[in-house]
Design a protein around this ligand. Structure first.
Ligand SMILES: *Cc1c(COP(=O)(O)O)cnc(C)c1O
Length: 380
């Protein structure tokens, strides 16, 4: 089955044996009747499994070319489950330009339990091995990165992971399965904040994991049930509905992303544009090799690098909404230095490129002429 069919039908057979509804019903129930103790129709308690969640988990596994899907109450709950595969004394090598919440979870929650994290610039994958020792259990990779849109070579990372017999997990939130398939490139675990493109309509918070290996899946299902970071059936329904149009939305996000990136690159008030589809992007060749297209996430800086100029631009925007988050049908703009990355000291954030005038766009699916006109008037 091709990707554009999988988004609609993947893993969705016999979702409603009772009435044949085309969409799986929202099974708003915590528990299920049994005929004799332990005898039931496959569902006993909704923390362990719920039919609406199972339908979504099957869809997730299908679109990522995996065998097992797991849905969680948020992207961070999904990451939390991955780190719980580890134990005290274990070490993780992670990308250094990663989602702030992931960094906070690693540093502020799991370091207390004696798990050690190394944050490494991975655009040159050969750097990774310097941080691997006999305690290393996991490589954590995010690509494209947030907000600098750096691209990391997933295949090169997987070769390193295999050589040292450690797990490779990829946060695929920005790209989605439409643009890249980490499991096909050798990753063991693919993770999503389904809050973003999978849900796609800024109306739900959810996370997911997909794996190929049965034993790894069993460990993760155990953690999902034992720790209980699950999502409700209503939210599962919304994300399942979102996935059905993922390919259509992503196609438009990419087209609009391309148009907006080219417009910005030619604007006299714009200094730099970070979008992996531009030939000037330092990792453009890796992006071309591992991604089908380049997505709708773009960052750029204004000439002179003055914070007030950048803030004026985001305030002036009318169609782009000034807001956190990304991946919805509507275009959003953010100012990382004062919003998502405000808690990181200026010197520290500037090392990764998050300068005062950096603006991040999540380009939506509106008409690109309107988006470009909006940016034009906002830049002045
Ligand atoms: C939003 C996000 C997360 C966290 O997901 P939540 O659903 O907000 O918990 C993790 N990684 C990336 C890349 C994200 O954008």
């Amino acid at each position: 089955m091709k990707f554009n069919t999988k988004t609609v039908h993947g893993g969705q057979h016999n979702v409603d044996p009772a009435y044949g509804s085309v969409m799986p019903p929202i099974y708003q129930t915590s528990t299920y009747s049994q005929t004799t103790p332990g005898k039931h129709n496959g569902f006993a308690y909704s923390r362990t499994a719920n039919p609406t969640r199972t339908a979504l988990e099957n869809a997730l596994a299908s679109i990522e070319n995996g065998n097992y899907g797991l849905a969680f109450g948020s992207g961070l709950a999904a990451i939390d489950a991955v780190i719980k595969l580890l134990k005290t004394g274990d070490e993780v090598v992670s990308t250094n330009d990663l989602y702030g919440g992931s960094y906070r979870l690693f540093k502020k929650v799991f370091e207390k339990f004696g798990i050690k994290f190394h944050f490494v610039g991975m655009q040159d994958a050969s750097q990774i091995e310097n941080y691997i020792n006999e305690n290393t259990r996991l490589l954590w990779v995010e690509t494209p990165t947030n907000p600098m849109m750096k691209i990391i070579d997933i295949k090169a990372c997987s070769e390193i992971a295999k050589k040292h017999n450690i797990l490779l997990a990829v946060d695929n939130t920005f790209a989605t399965a439409y643009l890249q398939l980490p499991l096909e490139l050798g990753a063991d675990i693919v993770m999503h904040s389904a809050t973003k493109y999978l849900g796609g309509h800024s109306d739900v918070v959810m996370g997911s994991l997909v794996v190929k290996d049965k034993q790894l899946a069993e460990q993760l299902y155990f953690i999902q049930n034992a720790s209980g970071g699950i999502c409700g059936p209503q939210d599962c329904f919304l994300v399942l509905r979102g996935i059905k149009t993922l390919h259509l939305r992503m196609q438009r996000h990419c087209e609009n992303g391309n148009a907006v990136a080219e417009f910005l690159a030619s604007h006299p008030k714009v200094e730099k544009v970070y979008w992996p589809g531009l030939p000037s992007h330092p990792n453009h060749e890796i992006a071309k090799a591992q991604m089908k297209d380049f997505g709708g996430m773009i960052s750029f800086t204004t000439k002179g690098n003055v914070m007030a100029d950048a803030i004026k631009v985001v305030e002036n925007l009318k169609i782009f909404t000034l807001a956190e988050s990304l991946g919805g049908v509507e275009s959003l703009a953010g100012h990382p230095a004062s919003m998502t990355h405000a808690s990181i000291p200026k010197e520290e954030r500037e090392k990764t490129g998050v300068v005062d005038s950096l603006i991040r766009l999540s380009v939506g699916i509106e008409d690109q002429d309107d988006l470009i006109a909006d940016l034009k008037q906002a830049l002045g």
